[in-house]
Design a protein around this ligand. Structure first.
Ligand SMILES: Cc1ncc(COP(=O)(O)O)c(C=O)c1O
Length: 472
C-alpha cells in the first residue's frame, strides 16, 4: 500500500499527481501485482479531491496497463507490471545538461514527450509477434514494407486525414527524413528546382540542399504558403507543411490549397505534403490532407516520430501510382526495407485501437502544456503575441522591440534558457527578427514556466543592450 498525498501549491494537475504516485508506486514495487487499490470514492474522500479526478487518473493507468478492473471486485495492480524490462524514465525537473559546462532549458521544437511512450503495450506486442510470426518475417521483405502495416494505414489515414490511397501506393520508410531524401533523389534526376516554404524547418530544407537541389523560397505567412509567390518556372515539387506549418504554425486555407493544386496541374509538378504532427489539433477539427483532394498530384509524407517516438524510425510515403516503381528501386537500394518486426508491432498497435487511445491521451497532455506555456508568456510579457494555430508541439512568440539576434540567443543560453529565432529558419533575412519558436512537447510544466521566467529576467537584466526601450 502507498500513501497518496496532494500538494495544491504545485503547478502539476491533481490528476497528474495521483497518476504519478500510483505509477511510481507500481514501478518501484511498493504496490505489488494483484494488490487492490482503494475505490475512487474512498481515495477521493481520503485525499480531499473530487471523485472525477481520481477516476481520470485511474482511467489513464488502466489504459496504459498499470491497473486492471475486475468486475464486481474493484481496481487492482495489473499482472506483469513489475517485470524488469519496465524501467522508469526519470522526469527531468532540473535544467538539462547540454554540454560539459552549460545547462539550459531547451525549448527545441519537435521533441515529443517520450516519457509517455506506451512501453508496456509495445513490449507485449513485440513479444507476441516475435513468438508467433511465420519465419518469412525474419527474412528479407518487400521494399515497400509489411502489408499488415500498409493495410492498417489505408484505413487509419482515410479516417483521420482523409487520405485516399491503396496499400500498393504506400512505402514504409525510416522516418519522414528518409522519405524526403528519397523523393528528392527520385524527382531531382530531371529537375533540381524545389519550391520550399520560407521560413521552414532547417532539418527538412537541409535534406534538399544536401541533395544539391536548387531551393526556391516561397513566402509563408500566418495562413501558410502564399501561392502567389510560387515560381514561374516549374519546380520538380513544392514542399509544404499545410496542417501546421513549421515554424509559423499556420493552417493552409482551402482557397490556398486549391490554388496550390491548380499550380501543380498547370506546371506538371508534384506537391510534397509533410503532415508530421497533424493529429494534435487543440481547437476545431483538423483540416483534412491536400492528398485527399488531389491524390494524383500529391506525395504525402507522414511519420510516427511525433505521435509515438522518433526512436522507432518509422515513417511513410504515399505516392501517385506512376511513381511507385521508381520509388521501389530507390528504397531497395537505400536500405532494402524498414524493419519488418517493428512494422508488424505498429500494425497491431494501430489495428487494435492503441494508437487512437495514445493520441487521445497525448493530445490532452500537449494541450495542457500549450495552455500553460501561453499563460506563462502572457504573464511575463504583456505585449507578446502568440502566432500560429493551437496545434502541434510548438508555438511562435513575437515580442515587439526585441531583436532575437545570435548574440542575444547565445547570452540566453548562458543564462539558462534556449529559444530558437525564426530568422534561423528564414532564407530571406530580416522579416521575423522579433519572433522566436518555443517547443513544449518534451518539457515538463515546471521547466516551461521556469524557462519563461528566466527569459524575462534575462531580458530585464540585459535590457539596455538588447531591448529597444519599450516596456514588456
Ligand atoms: C517538418 C518535419 N517533418 C517531419 C519530421 C520528422 O522526421 P522523422 O520522421 O524523420 O523523425 C520533422 C522532425 O523534426 C519535422 O520537423
Amino acid at each position: 500500500m502507498i500513501f497518496i498525498t496532494i500538494d495544491r501549491s504545485k503547478s502539476i494537475s491533481l490528476t497528474q499527481q495521483i497518476y504519478d504516485q500510483v505509477r511510481n508506486g507500481i514501478l518501484e514495487k511498493q504496490l505489488k501485482e494483484g494488490e487492490k487499490l482503494p475505490s475512487s470514492r474512498e481515495l477521493a474522500g481520503s485525499i480531499g479531491v473530487s471523485r472525477n479526478i481520481v477516476l481520470e487518473a485511474y482511467e489513464r493507468l488502466i489504459a496504459e496497463g498499470y491497473l486492471e478492473v475486475r468486475p464486481n471486485s474493484g481496481t487492482f495492480v495489473a499482472q506483469g507490471t513489475s517485470l524488469s524490462f519496465i524501467e522508469r524514465t526519470k522526469r527531468i525537473d532540473a535544467p538539462r545538461k547540454m554540454t560539459e559546462n552549460q545547462t539550459y532549458i531547451d525549448f527545441k521544437a519537435g521533441n515529443p514527450a517520450i516519457d509517455y511512450f506506451p512501453r508496456k503495450k509495445w513490449a507485449q506486442l513485440t513479444k507476441e509477434i516475435c513468438l508467433h510470426s511465420t519465419e518469412a518475417v525474419f527474412g528479407y521483405g518487400d521494399a515497400s514494407g509489411m502489408k499488415e502495416l500498409k493495410d492498417a494505414l489505408v484505413v487509419y489515414l482515410k479516417r483521420v486525414r482523409g487520405v485516399q490511397c491503396r496499400a500498393e501506393q504506400i512505402f514504409i520508410t525510416s522516418g519522414a527524413t528518409q522519405g524526403l531524401k528519397l523523393i528528392t533523389e527520385m524527382l531531382g534526376k530531371d529537375n533540381k528546382a524545389i519550391a520550399v516554404e520560407d521560413p521552414v524547418t532547417d532539418e527538412m530544407r537541409n535534406i534538399f540542399t544536401f541533395a544539391n537541389a536548387d531551393i526556391i523560397p516561397v513566402p509563408v505567412d500566418e495562413n501558410g504558403i502564399d501561392p502567389n509567390g510560387l515560381p514561374k518556372q516549374a519546380p520538380s515539387f513544392v514542399f509544404v507543411i499545410p496542417s501546421h506549418q513549421f515554424p509559423l504554425g499556420g493552417i493552409l486555407s482551402i482557397q490556398r490549397r486549391l490554388q496550390l493544386i491548380e499550380y501543380a496541374q498547370k506546371m506538371n509538378c508534384y506537391i510534397v505534403e509533410d503532415d508530421y504532427d497533424s493529429e494534435f489539433t487543440y481547437e476545431g477539427a483538423p483540416v483534412p490532407s491536400i492528398q485527399g483532394i488531389a491524390p494524383n498530384h500529391v506525395i504525402y509524407v507522414g511519420t510516427f516520430s511525433k505521435i509515438l517516438s522518433p526512436g522507432l524510425r518509422i515513417g511513410y510515403v504515399i505516392l501517385p501510382e506512376e511513381l511507385v516503381d521508381s520509388f521501389e528501386k530507390i528504397k531497395w537500394f537505400s536500405d532494402r526495407h524498414t524493419s519488418s518486426l517493428e512494422q508488424l508491432v505498429l500494425a497491431h498497435f494501430i489495428r487494435e485501437g492503441y494508437l487512437d487511445r495514445h493520441v487521445r491521451k497525448m493530445k490532452k497532455i500537449y494541450k495542457e502544456k500549450r495552455e500553460r506555456l501561453v499563460a506563462a508568456i502572457q504573464q511575463n510579457f504583456h505585449n507578446a503575441t502568440i502566432i500560429g494555430k493551437s496545434a502541434g508541439m510548438h508555438l511562435v512568440v513575437e515580442i515587439p522591440g526585441i531583436d532575437f539576434h545570435s548574440a542575444l540567443i547565445h547570452k540566453m543560453e548562458q543564462f539558462g534558457v534556449k529559444v530558437y529565432p525564426i530568422e534561423q529558419y528564414s532564407l530571406e533575412k530580416g522579416k521575423h527578427k522579433e519572433r522566436i519558436v518555443m517547443g513544449y512537447g518534451g518539457l515538463s510544466l515546471e521547466e516551461m514556466e521556469k524557462g519563461v521566467h528566466l527569459l524575462r529576467r534575462m531580458l530585464e537584466e540585459n535590457g539596455k543592450a538588447f531591448f529597444n526601450g519599450k516596456t514588456i
